[in-house]
Design a protein around this ligand. Structure first.
Ligand code: S3P
Length: 169
């Protein structure tokens, strides 16, 4: 089985993805880390040297590769479902799950996070709230194509996600 976790930056794809993978006896792949290892460059370095377009091209190739692995849970980057036919690729390869906490939760988590994220660098909490709201207008139509949508949960546990997967399969 292949599970793809999608959603905005800070929604908890990696945290819940790791726990879900352990529960399912699958490997967890963080797509951003996979891109970094494949290209010997960090995500911020790719953005700085090749721009967002360069990053999106690498992201697409990485996704096409991991979509062929078996027994995996993939935590995708927040933009991955919204470029090229990436959402179609994921839907055909496995189960897609959109994790959608409130915009406030996303902004709070991103304020605390130590991960360097080129798209939101240096933003205040208020700027972030506005930025996320605007971004979701564009991104939600992609995210909402997911087979499973989990909304408004602050502390999602892997058992709940697994229950949803079992209901769908
Ligand atoms: C991005 C999200 C990031 C990373 C890149 C771009 C986005 O991943 O792929 O900085 O466009 O939302 P996370 O969602 O894991 O932070």
């Amino acid at each position: 089985m292949r599970v793809f976790l999608i959603g905005y930056m800070g929604c908890g794809k990696s945290t819940i993805g790791r726990k879900l993978a352990t529960l399912m006896g699958s490997a967890f792949i963080d797509l951003d880390k996979y891109i970094e290892e494949r290209n010997f460059k960090t995500v911020p370095a790719i953005f700085a040297e090749e721009g967002e377009a360069g990053f999106r091209a690498k992201e697409q190739s990485a996704l096409l590769e991991v979509a062929q692995f078996d027994n995996i849970v993939v935590g995708t980057g927040g933009g991955a479902p919204c470029f090229f036919d990436n959402m179609e690729v994921m839907k055909h390869a496995g189960i897609t799950i959109y994790i959608a906490p409130s915009v406030e939760t996303l902004a709070n988590r991103l304020m605390k996070s130590k991960t360097e994220r080129p798209l939101i660098i240096g933003k205040s909490r208020d700027e972030l709230l506005q930025f996320i709201e605007k971004a979701l207008v564009i991104r939600a139509p992609f995210y909402e194509q997911a087979q499973i949508i989990i909304r408004g949960k602050e502390d999602l546990n892997p058992e709940e996600v697994l229950d949803e997967i079992i209901k769908q399969s």
